[in-house]
Design a protein around this ligand. Structure first.
Ligand SMILES: [Zn+2]
Length: 390
């Protein structure tokens, strides 16, 4: 895959040139320290998208919480000041004196070398391709992922700036037309046909839309149901799915659309802990990508369903309600502690509590038990018209 230019490059110096200089400076400083017999110290900022607050009270100080709270004064600063501000919440110190750090640094340098080549040759690669360059050294994909995150933090850039891109998992349909480089995505000409979400989001331009809102659905099966029902003929909207946990292109593209088109965005997920976690990933970002959350989150996104209370409102029969497993309960309990819920969407948190109280979950498809097209003909339009969203 190759990309030629980016819209957001600064006029004077392209991002790739700046990054290549930074990589050269970093390795040169490392070499200088080593040749002078010093053990180099590498400081990596730490980021988080939320902290956990066992007492639901973020002014309480709890000595057992993450060590980064040591950096916060207890008197007049909320412990959430980092989560709420996109600032780093501390630093990690890498030193060659520790074996695990030395390996991490060795991996980082190898990945940096690959990134340097990608930038010099103006080529793109996936995280998976990078892993397969030296599988015997990297041993595991997660090691490569961490190195890429470390490099982004050190170089203060986003992953796509390194020319490292995802294969692209997302799908889109509806009342929109845009281009990605030379490629035209003309969804309007057949609004119920799925198109892949563009991978090079920075090259997307000429966005034209006749939509009134954006609907994000968790699952491909629901997306296909809506496509089969010709949902976009009756509803002037754009439908996107990340097919489970959304990847970076899907989240960046959704954000680009919300910013450019100023349309409301609604999210439809299963009424279970995973659905709720996916909803929060769209709105608040993930912990893994916390360093880049400011470019990935979509704070405007609203929760359309399925709420725990929807099972009664829409008469979902008991046999479609599944009991929460022990793991589900643990996941919900852990999510209830996330500071942003209480701070920004307290009503979401109440619904999450309700899942736990009722001890049951259900899939979006369970709403269609009475009629196959229930989602497209009744549920979604009635939720939007009746403002039954949160
Ligand atoms: Zn917090």
């Amino acid at each position: 895959m190759e990309g030629k230019r980016t819209r957001f490059q600064s006029e004077s110096q392209p991002q790739s040139v700046i990054l290549l200089t930074k990589i050269k400076e970093f390795t040169r400083a490392l070499l200088a320290a080593l040749t002078n017999g010093r053990s180099p110290l590498i400081l990596i900022d730490r980021f988080r998208s939320y902290c956990t607050l066992p007492n639901s009270n973020w002014f309480d100080s709890n000595p057992n919480q993450s060590p980064f709270h040591l950096f916060v004064s207890n008197t007049n600063v909320s412990q959430c000041s980092f989560c709420a501000s996109d600032l780093p919440c501390g630093k990690e110190l890498l030193t060659l004196r520790r074996k695990s750090h030395a390996h991490r640094l060795a991996v980082m340098l190898r990945v940096m070398l690959i990134v340097q080549k990608l930038l010099q040759e103006n080529k793109h690669s996936s995280k998976r391709d990078i892993y397969y360059t030296y599988p015997s050294v990297f041993l595991d994909q997660s090691v490569v992922d961490q190195a890429i995150n470390d490099i982004c933090i050190l170089m203060q850039c986003s992953r796509h700036n390194l020319n490292v891109v995802s294969a692209g998992n997302g799908l889109i349909m509806g009342w929109i037309r845009f281009s990605e480089g030379e490629r035209i995505f003309d969804c309007i000409s057949s609004p119920n046909t799925a198109h892949p979400v563009p991978v090079h989001v920075e090259e997307v331009q000429d966005i034209i839309s006749l939509a009134q809102y954006i609907l994000v659905v968790e699952k491909e099966s629901v997306f296909q149901r809506l496509a089969n029902d010709q949902f976009c003929n009756a509803n002037h909207c754009i439908v996107i799915t990340g097919r489970g946990y959304p990847d970076i292109p899907t989240r960046r593209f959704l954000r680009l659309l919300v910013e450019n088109l100023c349309l409301p965005a609604y999210c439809l997920v299963d009424c279970d802990p995973y659905g709720f976690d996916i909803l929060t990933t769209y709105r608040f970002g993930s912990m893994q990508m916390a360093y880049d959350t400011k470019h990935l989150r979509v704070p405007e996104i609203q929760w359309l369903g399925a709420f725990p209370s929807d099972s009664e409102r829409y008469f979902v029969p008991n046999q479609c309600l599944l009991p929460l497993t022990a793991e589900d309960k643990r996941k919900v309990e852990a999510m209830l502690l996330r500071c942003y819920l209480e701070r920004e969407v307290p009503q979401w948190r109440l619904e999450l509590q309700l899942i736990l109280q009722r001890g049951v979950k259900f899939e979006i498809e369970a709403l269609s038990v009475h009629a196959l097209s229930f989602l497209s003909e009744s549920y979604i339009p009635s939720k939007i018209e009746g403002k039954l969203i949160m």
